[in-house]
Design a protein around this ligand. Structure first.
Ligand SMILES: Nc1ncnc2c1ncn2[C@@H]1O[C@H](COP(=O)(O)OP(=O)(O)OP(=O)(O)O)[C@@H](O)[C@H]1O
Ligand SMILES: [Mg+2]
Length: 508
């Protein structure tokens, strides 16, 4: 096998209080998909950022085509044939699709300096040509703020490919894609591999890694577990190596005699005030029940639940909680009715990046439970805030040096756990979870499922939007499936099959 395309040689990197990478070495061959797996906080993204010139390793070398190269910025990495799809979406919402693709490389028409005029025609044609090559159907002139999360993700993929790189780093590229869109990505990867490009592929989705990669390197707590050929291992081995222990079940056992109580939330004939969104949706959730919501992108699941939570206007329909009609016109109204909503887009709507874990966890609770946290007229009781934050950080096994750590320095999956903690703290009766385990590792997923089961055993109701079929089927008591803004069916979660859900998701 000649010189490897990329050689990682004894790389170490520390942050205050954390050794994120400890003596990591492995090689990536040309024309291969090389997966990197490990639990949340294992050091995957940090390693990728070292390769891409975003971080400088404390020790070790990165060798590209036999040449040592530690890039001091991403421009250098891009110029040397490495591009990267980041874990957190990097799009500029205020710009349109094509400006986002060619960011930093916008073509200009010949003009007398210092005047610069964008060559819109060229940019449009180049974008169409790129999308055509990748089989993507996105309007180059559409504003990015109007795109769905999954389309934004596809856009990032297209941009990474547009650099004609030799090595493309993909940090959880499918975290917000449906199976159908993921299949588009896999065919793009296939095309790239055939032309000799290598992919460093990070994902928490075990089946996906087994399906598309040739090799896998496993990290645990910043150390190297090993590099294996996929054909030599199975998924149980993968899980065991990542988690460091046996994990026999992916989902907690369903309760023997699930005790479902009275109807907690009843939604009747709800219709969005936004034309073309959802209409005539009726469903209920009982105490102690998990109602899963399945559907494809565009099914309006998020729009529906955000409307129930008062974040979007509705035109018709009624909502009852515990048999009482309620008016919910804002998230504040919803919170006062003991509802919580964990949003799907943590980067855009969830995280207060510059603030600490404690501030992020308490931001909602200290507003709605002010008397609990008020020390006097001016100050909050910081000791109590911290002890509450410490309790949830521990319960959710958030990997962090301290609860005072800035949330943006946590790994993606650990940020998600903090946001979940934010809503658990409010002790809601009705908890809406929109893709709750996106970007979360297998072990931590299990912990979140256990928490969900614990909440329902206490008589709470959970509504879980999920694009992961196994999760929908493994956790829901009933599954409501939506298609293009319509309710296409509500089925029993214990007996539901992939086919049944897919069929309902594609027609109503
Ligand atoms: N800029 C930073 N400042 C401080 N600590 C950091 C920074 N970036 C990462 N870390 C820490 O380094 C460790 C590794 O984080 P990293 O983001 O690489 O994990 P990961 O394997 O990508 O996890 P995930 O699957 O959750 O994305 C974590 O403990 C994280 O908190
Ligand atoms: Mg990461």
């Amino acid at each position: 096998m000649g010189t490897p395309l990329l050689k990682i040689n004894h790389i170490s990197k520390s942050f205050p209080g954390v050794k994120a990478l400890d003596d990591i070495s492995f090689s990536v061959e040309k024309g291969r998909v090389h997966a990197v797996m490990g639990e949340n906080g294992a050091g995957k993204s940090t390693l990728m950022k070292c390769i891409f010139g975003l971080y400088h390793p404390d020790e070790g070398d990165i060798i590209l085509y036999g040449n040592k190269c530690l890039f001091s910025n991403t421009r250098q990495a891009l110029d040397n044939g490495i591009s990267m799809i980041h874990q957190e979406l990097q799009n500029v919402p205020s710009q349109n699709v094509m400006e986002n693709i060619w960011i930093g490389r916008i073509p200009y028409k010949k003009v007398i300096s210092p005047l610069r005029i964008t060559d819109e025609d060229k940019m449009y044609k180049d974008t169409l040509a790129l999308f055509d090559k990748l089989n993507l159907d996105i309007d180059p002139k559409k504003a990015v703020k109007d795109l769905s999360v999954s389309t934004c993700q596809l856009l990032e993929i297209a941009r990474a490919v547009s650099y004609n790189a030799k090595l493309i780093i993909m940090d959880e590229p499918t975290s917000s894609l449906t199976d159908k869109e993921a299949a588009i990505l896999f065919s793009i990867i296939d095309m790239l591999i055939k032309s000799g490009v290598s992919i460093l592929y990070i994902s928490h989705k075990i089946e996906e890694v087994m399906q598309i990669s040739n090799e896998v390197t496993i990290l645990r707590d910043g150390t190297l577990v090993g590099t294996y050929k996929i054909k030599d291992i199975d998924s149980d081995f993968l899980i065991r190596s990542m988690v460091g222990r046996e994990l026999t079940n992916r989902f907690p056992q369903r309760p023997q005699n699930p005790h479902l109580g009275d109807v907690m939330l009843k939604v009747s004939h709800l219709e969005s005030a936004v034309p073309g969104s959802f209409s005539d949706i009726s469903f209920d959730v009982k105490r102690g029940e998990i109602l899963g919501i399945g559907g494809l992108v565009g099914a309006q699941r998020t729009e529906l639940m955000e409307s129930v939570f008062g974040l979007r206007p509705v035109k018709n329909g009624t909502i009852e909680i515990n048999g009482e009609p309620v008016t919910i016109k804002s998230s504040g109204d919803a919170i006062k009715k003991k509802m919580g909503l964990l949003t799907e887009e943590r980067a855009r709507t969830g995280i207060l990046g510059k603030l600490s874990i404690t501030d992020n966890m308490l931001v909602v609770n200290q507003r709605y439970n002010l008397p609990r946290y008020r020390k006097n007229l001016i100050f909050l009781n910081n000791t109590l805030r911290k002890s509450d934050s410490r309790e949830y950080t521990k319960d959710l096994s958030v990997k962090t040096p301290s609860i005072d750590t800035q949330i943006s320095s946590l790994s993606g999956g650990n940020q998600q756990k903090v946001l979940l903690g934010r809503w658990l703290m409010l002790n809601p009766d009705i908890l809406i979870l929109d893709e709750p385990t996106r970007g979360i590792d297998v072990g931590a997923k299990y912990e979140i499922y256990l928490i969900m089961r614990k909440l329902t055993s206490q008589g709470k109701s959970i509504i879980m939007i999920s694009s992961e079929m196994p999760e929908l089927m493994g956790m829901s008591d009933r599954i409501m499936v939506m298609c293009e803004g319509h309710l296409s069916g509500i089925i029993d979660g214990k007996t539901a099959t992939d086919e049944e859900i897919m069929k309902l998701a594609s027609s109503y």
